[in-house]
Design a protein around this ligand. Structure first.
Ligand code: ADP
Length: 320
């Protein structure tokens, strides 16, 4: 609004000491008027249409600036809230890790005792057992071993997350040969065949043997678990560019394509009544991923339902 003489408008008169003319331009954000830009003069008819256009443009800019400032404040408030939530989440995550670590620690000693005595019973060192007793003792021994492995996996996954690696040069070929040998009995017992295709004299990778061996063990244990009798498990190790690539293939039940990502999540298991009979809690592959990624490598799966699966672990060749 352009007012050449404020005295003509009683509402404006006395508005400001000595003010005679005035420009009043609404300042808006979107459609909402949030204020008025007042330009006053002690002269009569101090403003014309050109001034009006000029100050209208300024009022427009002012609206944008005020809105930006408001949005900025809002973003800051949200950022603060998010930071608080993140701190709380971290605290909770630490508490959870501490709790799991404590529980795993407390489970270890009684479990090793249970396993020790079960093995003694099975071996007959504590006296001859009837065939029923022998069977029961074997189940206790087997289940005890599975529980120990689970506790070990949980402990390792937390360690891999929190403890920095102490890497040394590792020969993945030797590691794979040793694992294949150790699994021979389990593979025969499951009526499977094992093939190895390991390139000799591969370059080293940098890593912790214990972790890498655990990753391979978990892949092999899964391959055995999910492959029906008569199938074949193949372990391949070769160089591919700057990586040493380790593959565990099976001719087992396979994994549906929409689950290929999710099986690497902690505690995730492919659902389906046909799979209910398989034991496990869904932490093995999460540990494999954690270990491989801590070693700056990556793990992938290719699989077809009913045909089999191939898990590929690629680790960078040691530069040192
Ligand atoms: P777990 O074996 O304890 O269930 P894992 O994390 O090792 O947990 O595996 C997660 C899931 O991925 C398994 O429950 C299974 O459904 C699927 N899976 C893993 N390896 C194989 C495999 N070689 N063949 C078919 N399914 C597999």
């Amino acid at each position: 609004m352009l007012i050449g003489d404020v005295r003509e408008i009683p509402y404006y008169y006395n508005a400001g000491e000595g003010v005679l003319s005035e420009l009043a331009i609404p300042v808006s954000v979107g459609r909402q008027v949030i204020g008025v830009l007042n330009v006053e003069s002690r002269r009569l008819n101090a403003f014309d249409e050109e001034d009006m256009a000029f100050y209208t443009a300024i009022a427009g800019q002012l609206g944008v600036a005020l809105e930006n400032a408001r949005l900025y404040q809002e973003v800051c408030r949200h950022a603060d809230k998010l930071a608080d939530a993140l701190t709380k989440l971290r605290e909770l995550d630490n508490l959870k890790n501490e709790f799991i670590q404590n529980v795993s620690h407390e489970l270890r000693s009684p479990l090793s005792l249970v396993r020790g005595y079960a093995d003694l019973l099975v071996s007959g060192e504590l006296g001859e057992l009837t065939s029923k007793q022998q069977e029961a003792a074997q189940i206790i021994a087997r289940r005890g071993r599975m529980l120990s492995e689970l506790v070990e996996d949980i402990t390792l996954i937390l360690q891999a997350e929190t403890r920095p690696l102490a890497p040394t040069p590792v020969a993945l070929g030797d590691l794979a040969h040793a694992a294949a040998e150790d699994f021979q009995v389990a593979i025969e017992r499951a009526k499977l065949k094992l093939r190895t295709d390991i390139t000799p004299n591969l370059p080293w990778v940098n890593g912790e043997t214990m972790y890498l061996r655990r990753a391979l063990d978990n892949l092999l244990a899964n391959a055995i678990k999910f492959t029906p009798a008569g199938g074949t498990i193949t372990v391949r190790v070769r160089q591919q560019g700057d990586y040493v690539v380790m593959e565990v293939s099976d001719t087992g039940i396979g994994i549906p394509p929409d689950q290929h990502e999710r099986i690497f999540e902690r505690f995730y298991q492919v659902d389906g009544s046909s799979r209910r009979r398989y034991s496990g809690v869904g932490i093995g592959l999460a540990l494999v991923k954690e270990i491989v990624e801590t070693h700056h490598g990556h793990v992938a799966v290719e699989s077809q339902l009913g045909q089999g699966s191939t898990f590929t672990v690629s680790l960078p060749v040691s530069k040192g």
